[in-house]
Design a protein around this ligand. Structure first.
Ligand SMILES: Cc1ncc(COP(=O)(O)O)c(C=O)c1O
Length: 374
């Protein structure tokens, strides 16, 4: 049987990872500035992470959500402490799309409305409502078009207000820094205006922090830089450092009832152990501070690159936008210089999403390779 062929693959087979590097079956070392798509937060195979998962799987890897699981309570308490998002409640699932799907559904349950407002160039995942709120017609099946979604330009507060005024929109979903779309962001004034309009028109604000959350931008969540109070915050990627876990933080104004949301795998023992280890290392090794410092160093070094149009993003969620398509350049970086980078919808942009453990020598190696190819 063959695999369903939906991914264009690089001809590289990583079999091992350690901190900032992955190794193929011949032992070739690759510097990972892509983090498996912003997933690797505390570095590949961090010893504390390996120990926590190994310990837990020997005890109890999984049981369903029909029993008490104190690891979930502990994870909720740790996320609230480390993020500073006090009083929020936690619902756990297994991926980013699932987190957004539950967030949208919960918003609709809460205020009884059914339309979604999303932003042009957004990406929220591939489940039914999440993909409908994603601005990419190629991945939206006819089945998904049953959802009614208004797409507005990022930064266009007037269009947001004109839509919310109709009183049909259950939720506004936003990535404060657009990931897949190419690292665009708006102003604090816009984000605060959006928050205000949502509250005025009884619409739930969902901050999609699937990619930007768990410290990647130097803040625990990207929206925190703008002083927002979203009612729902979705998380995944960096939350498990590769172990599939996602979740939503839910403001206390939204009430739970039995059966409202549910999942078989979400919040299982192993997933909680993985995420607790991530938080321990994130705090213990001050990785958010490191993300900010290394981002400053990266941006400074990028300033004198030839052919560079702009540097986008924040923290370790960065984009280098050139005045030419970068597909060939990325191939050279991977095959000749053994450096993984990411692509975006914008063909001229290289995405940098490394583990938050990155150091100056890794950044130096990247710029040396880049300069030799420009
Ligand atoms: C901002 C954002 N939201 C949601 C998702 C979907 O996450 P997943 O692939 O885990 O379903 C992604 C994935 O890239 C993302 O970047």
């Amino acid at each position: 049987m063959s695999l369903f062929n939906v991914y264009p693959l690089f001809d590289i087979t990583p079999v091992m990872g350690k901190d900032m590097y992955v190794y193929d079956e011949k032992g070739t070392e690759y510097l990972d500035l892509y983090g498996g798509h912003a997933v690797i937060s505390i570095g590949h195979s961090h010893p504390k992470y390996v120990e926590a998962i190994s310990f837990q799987v020997e005890k109890l890897g999984f049981y369903s959500n029909a029993i008490q699981n104190p690891l979930q309570e502990k994870l909720a308490e740790r996320i609230v402490t480390v993020s500073g998002c006090k009083d929020y409640q936690l619902f756990l699932c297994s991926s980013g799309a699932e987190a957004n799907e539950n967030a949208l559904k919960l918003a609709s349950f809460h205020n009884g409305k059914r339309k979604i407002l999303a932003f042009k160039n957004s990406f929220h995942g591939r489940t039914s409502a999440a993909v409908a709120a994603t601005d990419d017609s190629k991945i939206v099946a006819p089945l998904n078009t049953q959802h009614e979604v208004d797409f507005v330009d990022l930064g266009d507060l007037n269009s947001v207000e004109n839509t919310l005024k109709q009183n049909e929109t259950c939720a506004v979903i936003i990535e404060c820094i657009q990931g897949v779309g190419g690292l665009d962001q708006s102003t604090t004034e816009f984000y605060q205006g959006l928050d205000r309009l949502c509250k005025t028109y009884n619409t739930i604000l969902i901050a999609d922090e699937v990619q930007s959350g768990f410290g990647r931008t130097g803040d625990f969540f990207a929206f925190q830089r703008h002083g927002l109070q979203p009612e729902i915050i979705s998380m995944a990627k960096g939350m498990g450092n590769g172990f599939p876990i996602g979740g939503i933080l839910i403001h206390p104004s939204i009430k739970a009832s039995y059966g409202l949301l549910g999942t078989t795998f979400g919040g299982n023992h192993l997933a909680c152990a993985a995420s607790l280890a991530v938080l321990e290392v994130l705090e213990g090794e001050k990785l958010m501070e490191n993300a900010s410092k290394m981002a400053d160093y990266f941006v400074e070094k990028a300033k004198d690159l030839p052919n560079l149009k702009s540097i986008k993003g924040r923290g370790l969620m960065l984009g280098l936008e050139f005045d030419f398509p970068v597909a060939e350049l990325r191939k050279k970086l991977i095959h000749q210089h053994k450096i993984f980078t990411g692509s975006a919808k914008n063909p001229n942009l290289i995405r940098i999403l490394p583990p938050l453990t990155i150091q100056k020598n890794h950044i130096d190696a990247f710029f040396e390779a880049l300069k030799s190819e420009l």
